[in-house]
Design a protein around this ligand. Structure first.
Ligand SMILES: [Fe+2]
Length: 664
């Protein structure tokens, strides 16, 4: 890769332990003798400096310019042999593949996805779902807020051997084609129809699998939960869409004002973990979950506690806010829900002919809901007439940034895997140095920086780097290709070297040190990152496996990973069900509750790209940077690779706040 490519300059600097702002990189790339200019800039860097600015590199470039007089002449010896200098700089000889990121706008696929599969009025789930909840392997988990005898699953320490699942489905090739043709109709394989054609093939993943999914290729699609969520308009392609990136000449970098930036973190477990895994800790965290989620529900029903419902002698209308402790179907096809509150458990019957029966098959154990209806004469059962989720208010409107500024969302980089897409990553990093990306001032990475070790059976046969620390060293090098003036925020995933149980704290000091050159903001999983007033809920997404396994395909599938994200928003909890794939570390509070409605919900993990709006919340699952592994091939997983959705934080309230760049 010639040094005129910004990413090659960034890589050359990285080999000397330096990172640089976009403007500095651009200046170096455009220098008459980039190699010599790099050498000079490194030599002249102030002691202790690891990030070069434009001010740092300008004198170095002048010193290598033949026209300059005096002191420059010495350096021109290097300039005259710039290609040699390039070699000296250790620049990779990556085949020169011109970066041609294509642009897709959310709007493009909306036209093909007018029907929202997550709409409340879906097909009869009772008829569709013949699953007997009583056989649910997770059904023994109960809730624990009143009395939970079973704590044997108490996962606290990071047992990576029993890692959960990274799923993945559609074919990258198909998605790329769809994106490339994104002007019209390219997404006809997209959401609704296509999503259901082969979804039945997607048997739920099991422990120690790296994923699962259906072998069909949905193009990225958008759907909105309600009709009032206006789909993006089709005239929304950003400038330069579909063209090769335009290298910045340095002017755009000068227009960025770092003083306008702000990042606030909330809901981060890092440094606050107190759980010991005792029974009392589990009771405490479930009670906290109940208390906080019930606040969203008690105003909607006339709540009576479980002991009051049974003790009043029966009869009359009543409501109950409870945690789902058990779901069973009756011989007649009705549903019996056991709801639990701090006073006990009460049976609630949902008749199959009720409209609300459609919602029963989207219930997960341990989530908090409200029901209302009539109590039987003997006070033994509640006949449910209505059912409520904590949910996102229908009137919700997202916060926006005060200025035009963008955030790129990615996840699942998987450095260390033989299938890590280094060239695609470099095309992405190179693009970040261009004028087209001038407004991209934030990069959010939602977990799985590295491939990890011992994550699934025989994983070592697919590793390019066998040592976990070496994997992070390599990841740090790739991170240095990102412009130094891009703020990076990252959370861990299930492949990363932190405890597996959620909430996961951010990386420890050793790993932070390895990744320190770019000074990323490292937070826990999950965490809410407020970027210039916009709340981005970052969650790696392990619970998506569980939601997809438990719910019918039309409500949650690997083909459309934003649909299970909608379910999590509806439940206002990122991992409601305890006792299955998702491991929970009990803390003094439930960090997995969504107290506030996020403006953007960003997940990864399933290696599928999907996005949409749920009641004006932008939900994005961001695919991966790892091609299909042998293991994934053996279980028919086709990941969506090398997409970089870019969210315009200033226009988040508009129909088309996101553009999609394809670096395949
Ligand atoms: Fe992953």
């Amino acid at each position: 890769m010639p040094l005129e490519e910004p990413v090659a300059v960034a890589r050359a600097l990285a080999r000397h332990g330096f990172n640089a702002d976009r403007e500095a990189v651009t200046l170096l790339a455009n220098a008459p003798a980039p190699g010599a200019a790099i050498e000079n800039a490194i030599d002249a860097a102030p002691p202790g400096t690891t990030r070069l600015t434009a001010a740092d590199v300008r004198p170095a470039i002048e010193a290598t310019t033949p026209e300059t007089s005096g002191r420059g002449s010495g350096a021109t010896a290097g300039a005259g042999a710039d290609s040699e200098a390039s070699a000296d700089s250790g620049v990779d000889s990556v085949p020169d593949s011109p970066p041609e990121p294509t642009v897709d706008s959310e709007a493009d696929s909306v036209a093909d996805s007018a029907v929202d599969p997550a709409t409340d009025s879906d097909t009869d789930p009772v008829a569709d779902s013949d699953t007997d909840p009583a056989t649910d392997p997770a059904s023994d988990s109960g809730t624990g807020i009143a009395d939970r005898p079973d704590t044997t699953d108490a996962p606290v320490a990071g047992n990576r051997g029993a890692a959960s699942v990274d799923g993945g489905t559609a074919t990258a090739d198909s998605s790329r084609a769809a994106t490339a043709d994104s002007g019209n109709g390219a997404t006809d394989g997209g959401s609704g129809g296509s999503g259901s054609t082969t979804a039945s093939d997607s048997g739920p993943p099991v422990d120690a699998q790296e994923g699962t999914g259906a072998p069909h290729p949905p193009a990225p699609s958008v759907s909105s939960e309600t009709a009032d969520d206006s789909p993006p308009e089709s005239d929304s392609e950003p400038e330069n869409s579909g063209t090769a990136p335009v290298e910045t000449k340095g002017s755009s970098a000068g227009e960025r004002d770092p003083s306008s930036r702000s990042i606030d973190i909330s809901g981060d477990i890092t440094g606050h973990s107190t759980g010991t895994g005792r029974y009392e800790d589990f009771v405490a965290v479930f009670r906290d979950r109940y208390e906080r989620l019930s606040r969203h529900l008690k105003g909607r029903v006339n709540h009576r506690s479980t002991d009051a419902l049974g003790g009043a002698g029966g009869g009359g209308e009543a409501g109950l806010v409870g945690m789902v402790a058990e779901i069973n179907s009756t011989k007649s096809g009705h549903w019996m829900l056991d709801l639990e509150d701090p006073r006990g458990t009460f049976p609630c019957l949902v008749m199959k002919d009720k409209e609300i029966a459609d919602h029963v098959n989207e219930l997960l154990l341990d989530e908090v809901i409200a029901v209302e209806g009539s109590v039987s004469g003997d006070g033994s059962i509640l006949f449910v007439d209505d059912l409520h989720f904590p949910d996102v208010p229908r009137t919700y409107r997202p916060n926006t940034a005060d200025r035009p500024v963008q955030a790129a969302l990615i996840s699942d980089v998987h450095v260390g895997s033989q299938e890590f897409l280094a060239d695609a990553w470099s095309r992405f990093a190179d693009w970040l140095h261009t004028e087209e990306a001038a407004q991209v001032e934030y990069l959010c990475i939602a977990g799985d920086m590295v491939e990890g070790v011992g994550i699934y059976p025989d994983q070592d046969e697919e590793l390019d780097i066998a040592d976990i620390y070496d994997q992070y060293e390599a990841f740090a090098e790739y991170l240095k290709e990102v412009p130094g003036d891009v703020e990076i925020i990252m959370i861990p995933g299930n492949h990363d070297a932190v405890r597996l149980a959620e909430p996961q704290p951010g990386f420890d000091d050793d790993l932070r040190e390895i990744m320190s050159a770019h000074d990323p903001r490292i937070v826990g999983n999950p965490a809410t990152v407020t970027i210039e007033g916009v709340n981005v809920l970052m969650y790696h997404g392990v619970s998506l496996d569980e939601v997809i396994a438990e719910l019918p395909d039309e409500k949650a599938s690997y083909d459309e990973p934003h649909l299970p994200m909608y379910q999590l928003l509806k439940k206002r909890h990122v991992a409601p069900q305890f006792g299955g794939h998702t491991r929970l570390a009990p803390e003094e509070k439930d960090y997995l509750v969504m107290d506030e409605v996020p403006d953007v919900f960003h997940t990864g993990h399933v290696h599928k790209f999907g996005y949409g709006k749920y009641r004006n919340v932008l939900a994005v699952n961001t695919g991966c940077w790892q091609a299909q592994t042998a293991f994934q091939k053996s279980v028919n997983i086709d990941p969506d690779t090398a997409y970089a959705p870019v969210v315009d934080l200033h226009r988040l309230d508009k129909p088309d706040p996101m553009a999609i760049y394809d670096f395949n």
